[in-house]
Design a protein around this ligand. Structure first.
Ligand SMILES: Cc1cc2nc3c(=O)[nH]c(=O)nc-3n(C[C@H](O)[C@H](O)[C@H](O)COP(=O)(O)OP(=O)(O)OC[C@H]3O[C@@H](n4cnc5c(N)ncnc54)[C@H](O)[C@@H]3O)c2cc1C
Length: 491
């Protein structure tokens, strides 16, 4: 193979990446096999310039870490069921491709259907990955600014929005590109088109009709919208915000949840004067109030305004801006509005009812502990089944072997302990039973709190904001594993 040709593809919870050949040569010995777990330092293969011998396989299983896809690995077995596919997965987001890859690795003939050109769904294309790339840029800008108070000044940042967008897109492209390779290696057939179920064992996608033995619905979610907002290119959702067309001088963020506040962090660093409006009485509703305090303190000093318990009444399009009326009676004009009012499950986007699958009015598909819908051979995973709408939850559900057939998603997934993180500045993280939830459920609980301020390492790394760690645990019963929440400003 030539220099830079992909040798192996590494796959982690959220990303896939080709490892290129450092020089032209032949693979002399293969030290891993498809699906092996590896960690930093694991030897994957030996490459030699002159070896004519065919690759050897080694059977031992390396330590935990990323898993590996090896070029030209053996295909899964052919179907024996009489259906076109043993498994059809609808949606190639992180939940869907994880389920499809696992099914194929375990020998099932698998078809993966995606309506968009790019695989990877929301997380890789318009969610976690691009937002974290831009948040990294925001963090660098903030840290450079903060050092000004300690004797090191860099001057005002000059932001080239086009170059920043290109870099963000290159990060996304690198991660999504690897998925096509992984699908090919596993002989997962990728079908492009919008899937519509037509019966309990059939669906249509594009010009194809496909019959299946099992189906996994992984159709994900879309940004929720506010019906009264006018159609105006100055009004955008998280996908539009990540396209980074321009940096509005005055930006209104409607919705003080994680997505709204992460993108507010980005636009604030890039120079927007940010106002946040949240309908409920607290930012990041559901998170414990004491964990939010350090964030609230920082952004109260930086943002133009933060309105909680406030509703947007109306928005009028003017040439000079977007005139917004708030329920507090305040009228303000903005140059851009980011609508981040939650996510809507895509349950109705696949005509699941035609297969007998129950979808509720909101678009959620109910599943049991083994991730089966009311139709036993049809599973559903990821955002479309509800619970925390998070990428690692979707991926984990996709990979769990369970139910009657351990090659399909399932096996009693318990979403109570899924960690949540807001990559704001400072960051906030929590998992398990929060104090807020314990109160709502009327549980007796004990709470421990640790103020982060005195920690030496944090002080030395320039973290000047107060932090708070707390643990709420039921007064009787298990403690830390079920409920701990920590705020982590710039550790
Ligand atoms: C801005 C933003 C930032 C985020 N940051 C984080 C983060 O930092 N950490 C985290 O854990 N989570 C984050 N999330 C949430 C995360 O992106 C989702 O939880 C995750 O993408 C859900 O994966 P999924 O596979 O269930 O669905 P999706 O990623 O939504 O994928 C579903 C796929 O199904 C396809 N599809 C739908 N209907 C059909 C059909 N009828 N036919 C064919 N294809 C169809 C869609 O096109 C899509 O590709 C973020 C989300 C956003 C919007």
């Amino acid at each position: 193979m030539a220099i830079e040709d992909p040798l192996v593809t590494l796959e982690s919870d959220k990303a896939t990446m080709d490892v290129p050949a450092p020089f032209a040569g032949r693979v002399a010995q293969l030290r891993v096999k498809l699906g092996d777990r590896v960690s930093e330092g694991s030897v994957l293969l030996t490459l030699s310039e002159n070896s004519a011998s065919p690759p050897e396989q080694r059977d031992d299983t390396p330590e935990s870490g990323a898993s590996v896809g090896v070029v030209d690995e053996a295909p899964p077995t052919a179907p024996d069921s009489g259906y076109d596919a043993q498994v059809v997965v609808i949606g190639a987001g992180i939940g869907g491709y994880s389920a499809a890859f696992r099914a194929a690795d375990l020998g099932l003939n698998t078809v993966l259907i995606e309506r968009y050109d790019r695989l990877g769904g929301v997380c890789l294309n318009v969610g976690c990955i691009p937002s974290k790339a831009l948040l990294h840029a925001a963090r660098v800008i903030a840290e450079a600014e903060e050092m000004g108070a300690h004797g090191v000044s860099f001057g005002r940042p000059k932001v080239d929005v086009d170059a920043l967008r290109e870099w963000k897109q290159s990060v996304v492209d690198k991660l999504t590109g690897g998925l096509e390779v992984l699908a090919r290696q596993r002989k997962v057939e990728v079908v492009r088109g919008t899937a519509r179920m037509t019966g309990p064992h059939t669906l249509e996608a594009g010009d194809r009709t496909i019959s299946f033995e099992h189906c996994v619905i992984a159709a994900g979610s879309s940004s929720a919208s506010l019906p009264f907002l006018p159609e105006d290119q100055r009004i955008f959702d998280s996908t539009g915000a990540l396209e980074l067309h321009e940096v509005p001088k005055r930006l209104l963020v409607i919705g003080g949840g994680i997505i709204g506040l992460e993108l507010a962090t980005v636009y604030d660093a890039l120079g927007s004067r940010v106002t946040v409006v949240e309908l409920l009485e607290q930012l990041i509703p559901g998170c414990d109030p004491d964990l939010i305090r350090p964030l609230q303190e920082r952004i109260s000093g930086r943002y133009e305004a933060i309105h909680v318990g406030t509703e947007v009444g109306s928005v009028k399009e003017l040439k000079s801006g977007l005139k917004v009326e708030l329920s507090s009676g305040d009228n303000q004009t903005f140059d851009g509005i980011l609508v981040a009012v939650g996510r809507r499950p895509n349950g109705h986007a696949v005509d699941a009812a035609a297969a007998g699958v129950e979808v509720d009015a909101a678009g959620f598909i109910a599943v049991d502990r083994e991730l089966r819908t009311n139709v036993p051979w049809i599973h559903a995973i990821g955002d479309v089944v509800g619970g925390p709408m998070l990428a690692h939850k979707a991926a984990h559900e996709g990979r769990r072997g369970g139910g009657g057939d351990r090659r399909l998603p399932g096996a009693g997934f318990d979403a109570r302990t899924v960690p949540s993180v807001a990559f704001t500045d400072p960051e906030i993280a929590w998992m398990g039973l929060t104090e807020t939830a314990a109160r709502e459920q009327g549980l007796e609980f004990e709470k421990g709190a640790f103020p982060g301020r005195p920690r030496g390492g944090r002080s030395a790394s320039g973290a000047t904001r107060a932090s708070q760690s707390s643990c709420s645990s039921p007064a009787r019963g298990d403690c830390w594993a079920r409920g701990s929440s920590v705020s982590t400003p710039a550790i």
